[in-house]
Design a protein around this ligand. Structure first.
Ligand SMILES: [Zn+2]
Length: 208
């Protein structure tokens, strides 16, 4: 991440870092792994924040145009609060990094998003703006019932901007728990890869 991207990331952090609790702040939407998760989208997005976010995005695109070296964005994650899932988080990142070119995931400090673990009757979920920020919660029970790498890659897909599509087949990552516990495919399909590349083609994910 070069200096201008770092400045932008800091600006985005100011927009989105409202209210930190045990599981921190986040984001415009919360999406789970199964349709029964019962997690409703948080539509309380502040219009002023949205306007500011879009202004930042516009600035980012202008800088991108002026700097063709910004071919791919690196989104940094912190897995230190999900030690049980260290290996699957690493596998999930490798899967995404080999699947898409316009955005890459890297473990590190000063992270854009974090993984947490614990017990939650709603299962696993991502609370994210879809632009690389927010957090992922990994539920112990659900990760034993379903393929843990698939769950983790699915939730990471939300951070990269993909929505749920529970009615899809097992070959689709964002079908989540829809195809049942026997589905272990952790890879996004061609359509999902293309969607993420498209969302990140300006360096930062498209707003809205
Ligand atoms: Zn989901």
């Amino acid at each position: 991440m070069n200096r201008s991207m770092t400045v932008l990331a800091a600006a985005l952090g100011l927009v989105l870092a409202a209210g930190t609790a045990a599981v921190p702040a986040a984001a415009a939407t919360t999406q789970g792994y199964t349709p029964s998760a019962g997690i409703a989208a948080n539509s309380s997005e502040d219009a002023n924040n949205k306007a500011f976010f879009e202004a930042v995005m516009k600035s980012a695109r202008a800088k991108q145009a002026a700097n063709p070296y910004l071919a791919a964005v690196t989104v940094t994650y912190d897995a230190s609060s999900a030690p049980t899932f260290r290996t699957v988080i690493s596998q999930s990142a490798s899967i995404w990094n080999s699947s898409v070119g316009n955005v890459q995931l890297r473990s590190g400090t000063n992270a854009d998003f974090r993984y947490y673990e614990g017990n939650d009757s709603r299962g696993s979920y991502a609370s994210t703006d879809g632009h690389g920020r927010g957090y992922i919660f990994l539920d112990y029970a659900q990760n034993q019932q379903y393929s843990s790498v698939r769950v983790t890659a699915h939730e990471t897909g939300h951070v990269l901007g993909l929505p749920d599509h529970y009615s899809g087949p097992c070959s689709e990552l964002m079908s989540g728990g829809g195809p049942g516990t026997s589905c272990t495919n952790p890879y996004p399909n061609a359509t999902e890869r293309s969607r993420v590349n498209s969302l990140w083609q300006y360096g930062l994910a498209n707003a809205g």
